[in-house]
Design a protein around this ligand. Structure first.
Ligand SMILES: Nc1ncnc2c1ncn2[C@@H]1O[C@H](COP(=O)(O)OP(=O)(O)OP(=O)(O)O)[C@@H](O)[C@H]1O
Length: 468
């Protein structure tokens, strides 16, 4: 009876390879000298290596040829004990190997049977999970800020002809995947338009990640963008980490303040943009990435290129589509719609019912807004919180807003404040502004619009139009 158990059924012997092939693990069988005897189909599939290139070859020789990096055979033959290890092969597949000795009648190791399981898939799943987690965290943050504002959908105001033109351009390029470079002063809405471009694109259902290049320490930028391999540097997570590029796979990566990126990183970024592949820090595997890049800066990148602080090749790679967002002072048409939208948002949040008088509206429209939309938003928020009355008069506005950009000289005559900085308003705007101030001063001096009309020899309707 026991002899029957020892004797394999001839049907099994005949079909042994077929049996190997239906097993769900990869199987690799070598003899005590390390010669490869067989592998099953699952092994070929998992590793991407073919039976033909392995059979009859010695495992040590295969390691020397770089086919894979680790073998269990010599250790198992020497110790007679099973063991486990991780193997990486030339196709970049990572496998968990567990090898077992098969003994002959004399008790010597005759064969080594190794089972191979794919851990790349597990790694990929882990990465996917990490990406999802970061995405959930971002949505959570966004959700928190929206609910904290107690606002409805955050609205975007793009009313002025200049902004409408810009939106038309962004809508046109959004589906092309071309890189977009958003330029403009601080607070003009670069972030807002980056998100809009993503929404207009075919990637809108995929992730949108914003990376502020100024907030990541210089020595971490590469690993944050491209990820790192396990143990890539001291302090690194033992399991490694995927970077923003891989997290934004099939979506959009918004690189804010790109002008602050260190030169070395600029070169690395350029390579990734050109080759659409990256290598994580401390890794050797090349990974394909499919990410749309939107970059933004308030620096003059052309100047940065001239002074050698920004690589010209990266600059030209980024500015495939260049969108210049005008400052708020150059699109007065947006000021009141933005102000009304913020008033509505913050009135709802703070349970107020605030409204601006025409005089207050005019003061807002006339202001230079050096901090752009952010300054307007912050001012309105503070106004809604602090104003004693629901009706906001010009004198309720902060002095910085109502202060004229013209001043009276010693004789009481108006003089324009000519503060021509890096970014002066157009002459047309400055003249209009001065004219408006002059008419207001004239009304204060002469008492009424008809009197001013008479004194200054101008139509009443012209005065009203200019004041408006
Ligand atoms: N067109 C707009 N409609 C509604 N809100 C806007 C608009 N533009 C800007 N904002 C608001 O103004 C604030 C500043 O905008 P944003 O962060 O997009 O500016 P930015 O140009 O990216 O600034 P920075 O250069 O400082 O990064 C944000 O709260 C944003 O929601």
């Amino acid at each position: 009876m026991s002899e029957n158990v020892q004797q394999p059924d001839p049907l099994i012997t005949k079909n042994i390879h077929g049996i190997f092939d239906v097993l769900s693990d990869g199987i690799y069988i070598s003899d005590r000298f390390g010669k490869t005897l067989t592998v099953n189909q699952r092994y070929e599939k998992l590793t991407g290596l073919s039976k033909k290139e392995l059979i009859n070859r010695n495992v040590t020789e295969l390691v020397n040829d770089g086919v894979y990096d680790t073998i269990l055979n010599p250790k198992i033959v020497a110790t007679g004990k099973s063991c486990t290890s991780i193997q990486v092969n030339k196709k970049g597949r990572r496998l968990v190997l567990t090898g077992y000795p098969i003994f002959d009648d004399a008790g010597d190791v005759n064969l080594v049977v190794t089972f191979a399981r794919d851990i790349t898939a597990i790694g990929d799943l882990r990465n996917q999970l990490a990406a999802e987690k970061r995405l959930v965290e971002q949505y959570h943050e966004k959700f928190k800020s929206i609910t904290a504002d107690n606002s409805l959908e955050p609205s975007v105001v793009l009313e002025s002809p200049k902004m409408k033109e810009l939106v038309t351009l962004l809508k046109r390029v959004a589906p092309t995947d071309a890189t977009v470079l958003l330029l403009g002063e601080t607070g003009v809405g670069k972030d807002v338009l980056a998100r809009k471009t993503h929404e207009f694109s075919l990637r809108s259902s995929r992730p949108f990640f914003k990376v502020d290049c100024t907030t990541i320490p210089e020595n971490l930028i590469e690993s944050e963008l491209f990820g790192y391999a396990p143990g890539a540097f001291s302090g690194a997570h033992s399991k490694g980490k995927i970077g923003f590029f891989e997290m934004a796979e099939k979506g959009t990566l918004f690189l804010d303040e790109i002008g602050e990126l260190p030169l070395l990183m600029q070169g690395k970024l350029l390579r990734v943009l050109q080759d659409q592949e990256l290598i994580r820090v401390g890794d050797t595997k090349v990974r394909k990435v499919d990410v749309r890049i939107i970059a933004a800066t308030n620096r003059n990148l052309e100047e940065e290129v001239k002074s050698g602080r920004f690589r010209s090749d990266l600059f030209y790679r980024l500015k495939v589509t260049e969108a210049n967002i005008p400052p708020l002072r150059e699109r007065h048409e947006d000021v009141l719609p933005l102000a009304q939208m913020f008033i509505q948002r913050y009135s709802q949040k703070y349970r107020r019912n605030v409204a601006l008088t025409p005089g207050a509206q005019e003061a807002l429209r006339a202001h230079h807004w050096p901090g752009n939309v952010r300054e307007l938003e912050n001012m309105i928020q503070s106004l809604v919180v602090t104003s004693a009355s629901d009706i906001v008069q010009p004198y309720d506005l902060p002095e910085s807003v109502t202060r004229r950009r013209t001043q009276a000289n010693a004789d009481g005559n108006l003089e324009p404040c000519i503060a021509l900085g890096d970014n002066p308003p157009p002459l047309r705007e400055m003249v209009k502004d001065f004219e408006r101030q002059l008419l207001q001063k004239a009304i204060e001096t002469y008492g009424s619009v008809p009197k001013v009309a008479k004194k200054l020899k101008v139509d009443r309707s012209t005065i009203f139009r200019k004041l408006r």
